[in-house]
Design a protein around this ligand. Structure first.
Ligand SMILES: Cc1cc2nc3c(=O)[nH]c(=O)nc-3n(C[C@H](O)[C@H](O)[C@H](O)COP(=O)(O)OP(=O)(O)OC[C@H]3O[C@@H](n4cnc5c(N)ncnc54)[C@H](O)[C@@H]3O)c2cc1C
Length: 385
């Protein structure tokens, strides 16, 4: 079998974006996926490009997320030029409605938190919010505008990224399941596919989403786990929704402006193992949030329901960079932000593989943090009291 410079495990947005970056740098790249490409989290995502943290654990991610958002216009231009396909990128900002609690206090906390993290966020008087979004629910007690936030259509984007990668010379291999890393001592020399064949490569990039932990040899560095998210698409025949809309309980992302407009609504955060199932409880929660944000949408037809498995990690941060094994690099664990983080992940992995340096400090996302934590735990357990 031909030896590639780089073999990438996983053909989602991460595998595709990294492959495209490496091919542009002149490397021979193959992407292996156990099924049809782009059928998992990258296909299921809503497509919000929001660097705002959704919980305290996500705060360390903000600088990386802001950097990736800044790369987006250039990233989609390059992908669209190379593939001739659209990505649905829109730069309209997001409106966050506050429907519960002490709304004025919530609003000032939200604005202060965002500004403290260097994110643009303006209090939006309700009359102005309703001028910008006439369908915003009357029950909203306060609102904020996040002008820099964008959105994209993840299915279109991932397909365009993979097409651009193929046109740059990347070999796409659907139906190639990787069972283990091929290790020789402390060196990764390729991967083994499920029939036990060796797929040799000078470098391996692990980008298998929430399944990364299941590749034999990878789990100590990439303890990923699935976090299920359910989604609904509605057909809006009324006035178009122009911005991403969010509340404490959910969000909606408009796809284009033409009537009838598709509105994607989400989501749930569930620990349900690898089971992909849309449930009545999940739908009830999502639709209740949607009907609060935009009550008019209660009349909208449901045109699709689906779910996907986010690649969660123990600390909710991604897993990026080399481990102690030569020739192995991680690009996984992007949890709720993989669409947003694709451009910066591809850039950093490309820099590391081609130049052995990165333009952004990524040590806090190192796969070694889990191996070290495990070693510390074992040392504590075996030390005498
Ligand atoms: C409901 C939902 C909403 C989301 N909304 C957003 C959003 O608005 N904004 C945002 O930025 N992010 C969002 N995300 C998160 C985002 O989708 C993910 O972080 C991102 O898609 C992860 O990309 P990936 O390529 O790492 O994983 P995936 O897209 O899951 O791809 C992994 C690939 O690896 C393959 N694979 C697995 N095991 C093997 C193996 N053994 N051998 C070979 N191939 C293998 C799989 O078949 C799959 O194709 C959302 C996710 C969900 C589920």
């Amino acid at each position: 079998m031909k030896t590639h410079d780089v073999v990438i495990i996983g053909g989602g947005i991460m595998g595709g974006a990294v492959a495209l970056e490496l091919a542009r740098r002149g490397l021979q790249v193959a992407v292996l996926d156990r099924q049809e490409l782009m059928r998992e989290a990258s296909w299921a995502a809503a497509g919000m490009l929001s660097p705002a943290p959704d919980c305290p654990a996500a705060i360390p991610l903000v600088p990386l997320a802001r950097t990736s958002l800044a790369l987006y216009p250039e990233f989609v231009d390059a992908v669209q030029d190379a593939s001739g396909a659209r990505t649905g990128f829109r730069k309209n900002g997001a409106i966050e409605g506050i429907f519960h609690g002490d709304a004025e206090r919530e609003l000032s906390t939200l604005v202060a938190l965002h500004r403290g993290l260097g994110l643009a966020c303006e209090p939006l008087p309700l009359e102005e919010a309703r001028t910008m979004e006439p369908l915003l629910g009357r029950e909203a007690r306060a609102a904020a505008f996040l002008p820099d936030e964008c959105s994209v259509e993840p299915r279109a984007l991932t397909a365009a990224v993979l097409a651009a990668a193929a046109s740059a010379g990347v070999t796409l291999c659907p139906g190639a399941e990787v069972s283990s890393l091929a290790l020789q001592g402390n060196k990764c020399v390729g991967v083994r596919t499920s029939p036990g064949e060796l797929f040799p490569a000078a470098q391996v990039v692990l980008a298998a989403g929430c399944w990364s932990s299941q590749i034999s040899g990878a789990a100590p560095f990439a303890p990923t786990r699935p976090v299920r998210g359910q989604m609904v698409a509605l057909r809006n025949s009324g006035a178009p929704i122009r911005h991403v809309l969010r509340s404490e309980h959910g969000y909606m992302v408009p796809r284009g402006m033409d009537a009838p407009q598709t509105i994607v609504v989400g989501s749930t955060l569930e620990n349900a193992g690898y089971e992909k199932r849309v449930t009545s409880g999940g739908m009830e929660k999502i639709l209740a949030a949607a009907n609060e944000l935009v009550p008019e949408l209660a009349k909208a037809e449901i045109i699709e329901t689906w779910c996907g498995l986010r690649p969660g990690t123990p600390d909710q941060l991604p897993i990026l960079g080399p481990a102690e094994i030569e020739g192995l690099v991680f690009a996984t664990g992007h949890y709720r932000n993989g669409i947003l983080l694709a451009p910066i992940t591809a850039k950093l992995i490309g820099e590391w593989i081609a130049e052995h340096r990165t333009s952004f400090p990524w040590e806090s996302f190192s796969p070694l943090r889990f191996a070290r934590a495990n070693a510390d735990r074992s040392a504590t357990a075996s030390s005498p009291l």
